[in-house]
Design a protein around this ligand. Structure first.
Ligand SMILES: NC(=O)c1ccc[n+]([C@@H]2O[C@H](COP(=O)([O-])OP(=O)(O)OC[C@H]3O[C@@H](n4cnc5c(N)ncnc54)[C@H](OP(=O)(O)O)[C@@H]3O)[C@@H](O)[C@H]2O)c1
Length: 318
């Protein structure tokens, strides 16, 4: 399917009008909003397992592209420190970064050390350098910047030089320096090649783009991941904001609120993590309010396939 465009169709305007006049139908939503943060986070966190180890992770993590590329000032770092502090407190664990995200690795390394929460996080980064020696240097720089002697997950970034790099990552895994190895993409143009790699290689994880309005990965990549026992981390769950532009002005339907969904961010994330192949979604999260919202999704209830189809249909019609 194609990614949905921005703008309000006539059909959507009509539905907005219908929703506005149907307050009683939305009865579940105010009750959920009324619940305090403590009540909501008292419910168990949804976790999924990494097939190669059987270890489980909370289904929502955080992504750090662009917004973690900040300097050393307290003004810039304070909200990010609070997001990182909140992540394990709210029941989350996964942090996704990359050397190509500007100063993100340094910022994460500094703040996690300051907070003393390294053991409570699952930190994934990537290697992009093509040349063997440059790739090794890049990985060593990541260890240094992230101030850790063990990375939880290391991806070949966007498939670059995967043939040469996977053996390097395997050696590092055997030596206990990384827990898991994988490969990442965010583009359908790489799916055919990714599919070949998934069929040929032993991977612990892949990272792929998947969203309620970008479901192309459902065709081959996600079923293959299940078949091959590969964990799936998903990037761009909001299409960098595209999902909100398409749906943001409407109210959450009562049938979705029944699953603990109380914002469009939670709607989008719940769709992603309720796919049986998906292990963890990593929404870009740099503000504390968004951290509460996003990680709060993991305290809901996973919808079944029929409800997932209804969620997708709602977005398709918008
Ligand atoms: N090939 C790869 O390996 C690859 C490629 C792309 C992304 N990634 C990873 O995937 C992560 C996610 O992708 P992304 O960050 O580019 O895009 P995204 O998660 O689809 O969207 C991030 C955008 O959503 C907004 N947002 C976050 N939480 C929100 C909430 N609760 N309510 C309303 N808006 C919210 C953010 O706003 P603000 O800007 O206002 O905070 C930001 O603009 C990246 O951070 C990165 O770690 C990996």
């Amino acid at each position: 399917m194609r990614k949905q465009g921005v703008g309000m169709s006539r059909r959507r305007l009509l539905r907005l009008a219908a929703v506005a006049g149907a307050g009683a139908v939305l009865g579940g939503v105010p009750a959920l909003f009324a619940a305090s943060g403590a009540e909501r986070t008292a419910t168990p966190v949804i976790r999924k397992s990494i097939p190669s180890s059987g270890k489980t992770l909370p289904v929502i993590g955080i992504g750090t592209a662009r917004r973690y590329d900040v300097g050393e000032s307290e003004e810039e770092r304070a909200p990010i420190r609070e997001v990182l502090r909140l992540l394990p407190e709210l029941g989350g664990r996964g942090v996704d970064t990359a050397p190509s995200y500007g100063s993100a690795e340094t910022v994460i390394g500094d703040l996690v050390a300051e907070l003393g929460i390294r053991d409570q996080l699952f930190i994934a980064t990537k290697v992009r350098q093509q040349d063997h020696d440059a790739a090794l240097e890049e990985i060593e720089d990541s260890f240094r910047r992230l101030r850790t002697d063990r990375l939880d997950l290391l991806y070949v970034h966007n498939l670059v030089g995967w043939r040469h790099k996977l053996p390097v990552l395997r050696e590092m895994k055997d030596a206990g320096r990384i827990r898991y190895l994988g490969i990442s993409t965010h583009s359908e143009s790489q799916y055919a090649q990714l599919q070949d790699i998934m069929e040929q290689e032993e991977l612990d994880a892949i990272q792929v783009d998947y969203a309620v309005d970008n479901r192309n990965a459902e065709e081959r990549i996600l079923p293959l991941a299940r078949e091959r026992g590969i964990a799936v981390f998903t990037n761009l769950p909001f299409g960098r904001g595209r999902v909100f532009r398409a749906l943001g002005e409407e109210s959450i339907p009562a049938w979705a609120a029944e699953y603990g969904i109380r914002s469009w961010a939670q709607f989008a994330l719940m769709f992603v993590v309720s796919h049986p192949a998906v292990t963890v979604a990593i929404p870009g999260t740099a503000t504390p309010a968004y951290a509460r919202d996003n990680v709060g999704t993991a305290h809901g209830t996973l919808p079944d396939e029929a409800v997932r189809r209804r969620m997708a249909a709602l977005v398709d019609e918008a």
